[in-house]
Design a protein around this ligand. Sequence first.
Ligand SMILES: [Zn+2]
Ligand SMILES: [Zn+2]
Length: 325
Amino acid sequence: MDYRESLSTGPEGSMQAHQVSHFFSAVDVARRGRWDDDALRQLAHLAIPEGLLGPRGNLVRADVTLAQARWYLEGLVDYAAFEQDESLRFGRLALQLWQALVAQNPQIPRDELHEVALKLATVAWSEVRARRIRHRARMTLDTRRTLWFRELDPRCYLCGYKFTAGARDRFLRRSRSPLTPPPLVDFTRPRTKERHLLIEIDHMQAVAEGGTNELDNLSLACGWCNIVKGRRGSIFDVDSRPIGMLDHPTLGWLSVPQPMWVLRIVSMRGRCEHPSGCSANLANSELLVAPYSSRGALNPANTLVFCGEHDPWKDERLISRTLVV
Ligand SMILES: [Zn+2]
Ligand SMILES: [Zn+2]
């Protein structure tokens, strides 16, 4: 059977055995010849087969595409000079982009490249402008109160964690008592330090990406999420390997996922994925990650989101914080 025919016979999104073994032959060659151009060339022309990235396929593809687009733009014009020298304007950026495009594509008519350069410059300029705004808002007590009291059930908007009364009192400056991390922690989201439990104000759109200090761009986040998010925006803004390993008391040796994967998958999905059609979401529940293939490592291709009630790791999730990496 022709390989394209076999593609059309399977259920949509399911993997095609043919295509997968062909793909992994190329991966095998490329892995063994990682520093060999010919070995890599074969792999570079293959797209990853449909279905291989599991339920997170769109997120993984979108994030890698954004990273590639950023490298392309910054490879045409380094933003550093524009970030440092505020006298450099949009026109200069557009001109430099156009010149870079003309140099790279001498066969394309210059007026066509003009249009492209303008499009690219618009995207690049919003990044440059944003990087120039270095300041973080000074959050007054009034802002804190507004953010706290506008929620009926204040939770971290990124993971759904319900803030403790102690954290609330610190946030509203009613108390200065230290917060003690619990003895048992979720090993995929270990809140082992006081700051992890605190309530922080997060810019939903980062200041560095043009976000403002207006109330509609501000949300409450737990310290853990806020630290992990930082200025990162993509699962590829961290190492592509797990952060470490853990000798779990009942599950044995496990890979510990990158905190940014956990954060991004939970906040993008935003709800429990249990097949019962559960209504738990970030506004009413803390959401947790568990593997899609139960014996596989938790990584962006193998992660599902659950509420506490449907958590397949209900009995395994919490472990002594002394065991956590
Ligand atoms: Zn959180
Ligand atoms: Zn659920």
